[in-house]
Design a protein around this ligand. Structure first.
Ligand SMILES: O=C(O)[C@H](O)[C@@H](O)[C@H](O)[C@H](O)COP(=O)(O)O
Length: 266
């Protein structure tokens, strides 16, 4: 484990949300100063709800510049191959938990959902999503990888992230930016996902993992050699200091790495 990966554990999810808010605000502001836009990718799972809590619950509105969502470009680091109004859709989850709750005064983000006309051909759906990235991040052959300003990821209890599962051949992909999977161990089976190189290519990469159900896998990821093969750990290895984990105390119970200098408040 690169010692530079930040692992921060907070007593409560409320505390975590406040720190995540400050981190995303910093990330937004530095992106605005670079290119006057904020290119973010999000995952599903528990993340959208915590993200909404973090971003839409101001702590001291007078003391900080607000988010300007009109300059946000929101992509899906992974998505289930289902209609956008399906209960399993990450787009639907992000929309209901977060997008629909953004106050009008803070602007409307540009959102890039999957093309559901391609639900019967998920390799084509993955290619189409890659072309969406190409259009936003410049031509495919002039940019080796899209560089996100912020990747917001989750960690499954088996160490998966996005729809990159432990032992999957997809983890070996070095060329394609977006991949399809039709046998996901976590339902639903058909999904599209960023490849590992793209999921590791953010100026900032945040993992959000909370609750006691994560403590075993976090021990494996942070404290063991064998854990290095897990998808989340591979992102830690590739991106090092660009990675920050936001966790709560239940999730890091027994994690040695969390007891060293990498933990505490940001
Ligand atoms: O669509 C998905 O299935 C998610 O994007 C997935 O990769 C998720 O991030 C992890 O499974 C963690 O989920 P939790 O935060 O709910 O544990």
């Amino acid at each position: 484990m690169p010692r530079s990966v930040g692992l921060h554990a907070y007593d409560t999810v409320d505390d975590l949300a406040q720190r995540l808010r400050a981190y995303v605000l910093d990330s937004q502001n530095s992106a605005f100063s670079r290119h006057d836009a904020f290119r973010v990718a999000v995952s599903g799972g528990s993340l959208p709800k915590i993200l909404a809590q973090a971003l839409l619950t101001p702590t001291s509105p007078a003391s900080e510049a607000p988010f300007d969502f009109s300059k946000w470009h929101i992509f899906f680091a992974d998505e289930r191959a289902v209609p956008l109004d399906d209960a399993d859709s990450n787009y639907r989850l992000v929309k209901e938990e977060f997008l629909d709750r953004i106050p009008a005064a803070l602007g409307t983000p540009t959102v890039y959902p999957i093309d559901t006309a391609l639900l019967d051909d998920i390799p084509a759906m993955a290619d189409a999503y890659e072309q969406t990235l190409v259009k936003v991040f410049a031509a495919r052959d002039s940019v080796r990888l899209p560089m996100f300003d912020l990747l917001l990821l989750g960690c499954g209890p088996d160490g998966h992230t996005c729809s990159l599962f432990p032992g999957s051949p997809l983890l070996k992909e070095t060329e394609a930016w977006v991949l399809s999977i039709d046998d996901s161990p976590k339902p639903p089976p058909k999904r599209v996902t960023f490849s590992l190189p793209v999921a590791s290519h953010g100026i900032n990469i945040a993992f959000v993992a909370t609750g006691g159900g994560k403590k075993e896998i976090l021990r494996e990821i942070f404290d063991t050699e064998e854990g290095k093969r897990l998808p989340c750990a591979q992102i830690n290895e590739i991106a090092g200091e660009r990675v920050t984990w936001f966790t709560d105390s239940a999730a890091v119970e027994g994690v040695e790495y969390a007891k060293r200098s990498h933990s505490g408040s940001l």
